[in-house]
Design a protein around this ligand. Sequence first.
Ligand SMILES: Cc1cc2nc3c(=O)[nH]c(=O)nc-3n(C[C@H](O)[C@H](O)[C@H](O)COP(=O)(O)OP(=O)(O)OC[C@H]3O[C@@H](n4cnc5c(N)ncnc54)[C@H](O)[C@@H]3O)c2cc1C
Length: 286
Amino acid sequence: MHDFHFHAPSSLKEALDLLSEHSDDSKILAGGTSLTTLLKQSLIAPSHIISLHRIPGLNSIDLTDGHLNIGGLVTQREMELSALVQKHTPILAEAYKRVATVRVRNVATVGGGIAQADPAMDPPSSLLILNASITATSSNGSRTLPIHEVYTDYYETSLEPEEIITALHIPVQPEGTNWTYIKYLPRTEDDYATVSVAAIGKITDGKVADVRVALGAVAPTAIRANALEEALIGMQKSSLTHEKLKEISQTVTAIVDPTDDPRGSAWYKRDMSAVFTRRALEEVLK
Ligand SMILES: Cc1cc2nc3c(=O)[nH]c(=O)nc-3n(C[C@H](O)[C@H](O)[C@H](O)COP(=O)(O)OP(=O)(O)OC[C@H]3O[C@@H](n4cnc5c(N)ncnc54)[C@H](O)[C@@H]3O)c2cc1C
């Protein structure tokens, strides 16, 4: 590993000043679960590492005006175990619970996961269907970004190099919605998904009143199945036969864009996208 200057600022302002000073040659360190691998493999070689560990005030979870507000340094294990997250966004508690192992989740942070932007990660699809947003803070101030504008490509985000994700905001899951997070991993329990599907749905007066579906690991970013949602809204529950849901789920094969990798070939992932979308719909529109 190459040499670098290690900074451990004790305030957000100090961290932002350091980032602004070294923005083109620095990296933020949070849990370090992804960053240290990139450093060790010499895939990145920043001259400055700016650790967020000593910064107070970025590790709380609270509920205000129908939104969960989660500090950027909250760990993924805290997301899994938080009573507030379990009660108000249970799909997200489940998605974080499915990340790797307890050892990884104990140190990996919410902000680090979002900034890493690996499309095979577990939380992004749930964040998309919950219409989450983030606060990104730099020495010039803060801005709010809807999550679908954050992920732009494989491991790419719309964050500026001098911005820190200081918070994640999530509207609480609507009352009475069914939800599911399906992570299909044919290899080991702690692996990344081959295909994942997050879905919520609600039937009111015999019709589909709400349905939201997003897929992970099958495109450069997690993707929301907008056309499928539009096709389902308002449909009579009685018309949602296995065959009908199979037909509608097939439409996701047109929006996925998977790659061949050790977790499966592109054609297999495309096929499995439709299969697991149908299974998710059967669960949430039952
Ligand atoms: C063995 C292993 C298995 C894994 N399996 C899974 C899995 O099954 N599912 C899954 O979803 N994920 C998995 N992961 C990925 C894991 O979720 C990420 O490594 C983790 O989310 C990154 O968070 P971190 O806090 O450790 O970030 P770091 O490694 O510290 O940082 C990651 C990136 O984000 C930037 N960054 C960090 N914090 C911020 C911030 N607040 N604002 C702006 N930029 C920031 C860093 O500069 C860096 O570029 C696995 C990781 C490992 C090591």
